[in-house]
Design a protein around this ligand. Structure first.
Ligand SMILES: O=c1[nH]c(=O)c2ncn([C@@H]3O[C@H](COP(=O)(O)OP(=O)(O)OP(=O)(O)O)[C@@H](O)[C@H]3O)c2[nH]1
Length: 200
């Protein structure tokens, strides 16, 4: 069955990526701004991806109770800096690199150190003010020495999945999607709903 999901986030890049991922799995999604005026989401906690994803999904579900609301929380974990980023990635990176180039910053942050990272996503589905499913996804790999690839933007230009030599942005779309932390979380959620099988 093709589901119509509403994506609860203020991040337009995230909306586009989740729309693409859902289409890849023969599903459909649009940002909440297609249904509601812009909202001020409650502040995120520092405790867990799951708590933040649930809070964002429930916040929009309260206003659109009949809809299937999905929200994710994602974070970067670096082996070289175990205490940094993670659930606070958006806040910490915004403070450290206010208007700058995040990729350039990360490339040099790990110079001379372990370049290994894990990107994690937790995605929550809320319907009628209740969280009904939680999906998880992660990608392990290394941070490239320079940005590479034109098939995607953002971290995809510096993330090299473990066992690969190309960045995500150098890969074709099906291969790239198979590695994306957010796509893996969406797939995990759809699997739980019985909506994503290998025949797609
Ligand atoms: O290039 C990227 N590709 C990605 O795939 C990705 N995933 C996360 N991030 C970064 O991590 C922060 C936390 O993300 P986050 O889940 O807290 O979302 P957010 O605060 O931007 O939006 P919202 O969903 O909370 O409204 C974001 O701001 C980005 O700096 C990414 N950057």
């Amino acid at each position: 069955m093709k589901n119509n999901f509403i994506i609860a986030t203020h991040n337009i890049h995230k909306i586009k990526e989740i729309e693409t991922i859902l289409n890849f799995y023969h599903q459909h999604g649009v940002g909440y701004r297609k249904k509601l005026p812009q909202q001020a989401f409650p502040p995120e906690s520092t405790e867990s991806y799951e708590k933040n994803a649930k809070a964002k999904a429930l916040f929009i579900s309260q206003q659109l109770p009949a809809a299937k609301i999905i929200a994710d929380d994602s974070g970067l974990e670096l082996l070289a800096f175990p205490g940094r980023y993670g659930v606070q990635t958006a806040r910490e990176l915004t403070q450290e690199v206010p208007d700058g180039d995040l990729n350039d910053y990360l490339i040099h942050l790990v110079d001379g150190k372990s370049r290994q990272f894990i990107m994690k996503t937790t995605i929550a589905l809320a319907i009628n003010n209740q969280v009904v499913k939680i999906g998880h996804g992660q990608l392990k790999g290394t941070i490239a020495h320079t940005e590479r690839g034109v098939n995607a933007t953002g971290f995809d230009r510096i993330f090299i999945p473990a066992g690969e030599s190309q960045t995500l942005a150098e890969m074709d779309q099906p291969t790239r999607i198979s590695y994306l932390h957010r796509a893996r979380a969406v797939k995990n959620l759809l699997d739980q709903l019985g909506e994503a099988n290998e025949s797609y």
